[in-house]
Structure formats: C-alpha cells, structure tokens
Design a binder for this molecule. Sequence first.
Ligand code: APR
Length: 237
Amino acid sequence: MTARPHLVVFTGSGISAESGIKTFRASDGLWEDYPIEDVATPRAWQRNPQQVLDFYNQRREQIRRAKPNAAHKALAALEQDGFDVSIITQNIDDLHERAGSHHVLHLHGEILKARSSVDEHMRYPLPKGGIALGDVCDKGSQLRPDVVWFGEAVPLFAEACELVSKADFLLVVGTSLAVMPAASLLSYIDVETPCALVDPEADMLSPPGVLAINATAGEGVPALANRWKQQGHLRLS
Ligand code: APR
C-alpha cells in the first residue's frame, strides 16, 4: 500500500479574510486601530489588563459570528480525498476546525480558550462569553486569553518544524511572513520539497524557491485542491 501524500499547510490571517476577519498589517488592519504594545504584549497585560481583555473579548465575538470560507473547506475536504493534511495556523480563530480539519496546530494559541496567568498548562474552554477581571484559574490567579503575545515563547514551534520537515508539499496561505519565529518555518522544509504561497501579494512576499500564486485564499486554495484531487498526488508540474 502506498503512503497517503502529506500536505502541510501554513496559514495566516489572510485565509480568514474572506470570512470577514481582519488581517493585521493592511492599511485598515487590526494593528492600525489597536497598537500592539497596548493589547498584545505581557507589558500591556501588566499595565492595563481590562484593555487587553476587552480587545480579545471583542475579537472572540467576531470570530464566533464568522463562518469558514471556501479555502478552509477545500483543505478539510482533501482529508476525504486520500491526503494527509496537517495545518499549522498562526490564527487564533477556530475556522479550520469548524470546516472539518482534524489536525490543526495553533502556533499563536486559541482565542476560544482561557488560560491561567501563572500556569500555561491550565487551560479552560470558553464555549460562550468572554473573560472578565476576577475570573480565576484553579490556583486563584486571573485568567487570560490563551494566545501567544509579542515577546512570549512559541511553545509549539518545535512541533511545527517537525511537521514541516516531513511534508510532501508545503502550502502557505495568506500571511505576510513578517512575524518570527513563525515565518522561519519555511526554512525547515527539505530542499526537494515543493512549496507555494497563495496570497494576493504573493509575488512580493514569496522567498526564493517558493512558487508565488497571486490569488485570494477563496480562489487559489480550492483550485489547487481540485487539481490535487484529480491528480491523486501533490506535484504541480
Ligand atoms: N486571501 C489570502 N490572503 C489574503 C487575503 C485573502 N482574501 N486578504 C489579505 N491577504 C493577505 C495579505 O496580502 C497579507 O499578506 O494576508 C496577509 C496578512 O498578513 P498580516 O496582516 O501580516 O497577518 P499574518 O501574516 O497572519 O500575521 C502573523 O502576526 O500580529 C501577529 O499574531 C499575529 O498571527 C499573527 C501574525
């Protein structure tokens, strides 16, 4: 029996843009309205936890209202079509899971979970509502969003590198590749492994050796998935 081809997908906020969730660095992106240093660093949390909680509580509500788009769905469907699909996402939304993907690694955490501010292993699902000041973990410390802030370690990075190194194809979708260490994942693929970036700005962003596919996620990803499904393998040539 031949092994199922292994597609590893590395996604950024661009894959959720067509679901109505803002990206970060566009001229109308999230970081324009909410400076990183006010809402997404350990210092911001120390200085003004209410402001940080408000920011993530609002984003959580937006994400709950959003729906997976054609790109999330096409990746999930590939699992039924004979491919192993591992998704490494920088996104804190749950749209890959809601589309039906079974193997999703959240490099930057998950907004639908809270965690203890003294013990990162103490996590709590947030099926509804948000986090308020005074909501505490089982050790009595304030709960915070289970997201990785700027200046914090990325605990799942080594696991993500391992996945990338085993890929038969690395598909990158909707990321400006501006944030480390996430963006450095691309350097962990085997030299023989093909890699493509689907992004409206792909020709400007693609590092050497990465095929640039200038398209939105909702157009580019289903087109690739259809092609792979018909071929039964992941090559593009
Ligand atoms: N389809 C695909 N890509 C799109 C679409 C779309 N419809 N719309 C925009 N994009 C692309 C943009 O061209 C850009 O390259 O999405 C990318 C978004 O880039 P950023 O705003 O920098 O977001 P991202 O790369 O996901 O940021 C990485 O930075 O702030 C942190 O933790 C945050 O996980 C995030 C990380």
